[in-house]
Design a binder for this molecule. Sequence first.
Ligand SMILES: [Ca+2]
Ligand SMILES: [Ca+2]
Ligand SMILES: [Ca+2]
Ligand SMILES: [Ca+2]
Length: 280
Amino acid sequence: MAKEWFKDKSRALLIKTFMTVLIMPAMFSDLAIAAEAAKHVEHQHETIEVSYATKDIIIDGKPDEADWQQAKWHPIDHMILGPEISADDFSGRYKLLWSEEQLYLLTEIVDDVLYDQTADSTVLYWDDDTVEVFLDEDASGGEHQFNHNAFAYHVALDRQVADFSTLKQAMTFNEHIETVWTRDATDPKKIYWEMAIHIFPDNYDDSLTAFPLKHEQVNQVSPVTLFAGKIMGFMLAYCDNDRSKQRENFIGSHPIKAVDGDMNRGYKTADIFGKIKLIK
Ligand SMILES: [Ca+2]
Ligand SMILES: [Ca+2]
Ligand SMILES: [Ca+2]
Ligand SMILES: [Ca+2]
């Protein structure tokens, strides 16, 4: 009887040890994965509130309007492509404001070398120093590489704005974003990139604005009128190149979950954009 009990006890101990060795680490790893996923989802769903511009914002690359002084900075600090870099090589942050006619963006960039190697604004524009503005007017998410369910505007140093068209070719959308940048008066590595962005809906049709541009046909779909409470998909990134053949770094404002090791997904899907809410 005692022998049997001992056998049972040994067996129980064996089972307990087995469970501790095999199941506990699995539980911890499940917990770690769940915590990581929760962190990701939490940040992804953190909506940025955007204040109303009480006075006109002059697009001159100078952030001296009182409304800009009041607005809150948001970081551009998530590495999408490239190695770690120093704050001197790149650091950036941004502010947003809105009016009925447009969304205003102020981007403060520190970049040691400003570089625009390809003059044609529709060729290899992602390998130049570029602010990339991701916008999804109705916050629908979803695929947008060759349609206008969302836009991935590449705003270049020469103030041209490029993205793919529905014809699967790059084209300019200069009428969508008015922009001017200037260097800081005391720190020349710091630039202020001020933009007024017209917000276009999913049904924007680029076929009439493709080259050759016919000015009388440009406004076939009007920008939407913005209002308090409106929610849009939004994300920001900077392509940093300091005289390399291809861009050295791509740094974003939001964390992106890698798919097959790839975090550079914003130009294809609006699912990874953050959200902004216009408030008054
Ligand atoms: Ca200004
Ligand atoms: Ca740099
Ligand atoms: Ca959309
Ligand atoms: Ca650069």
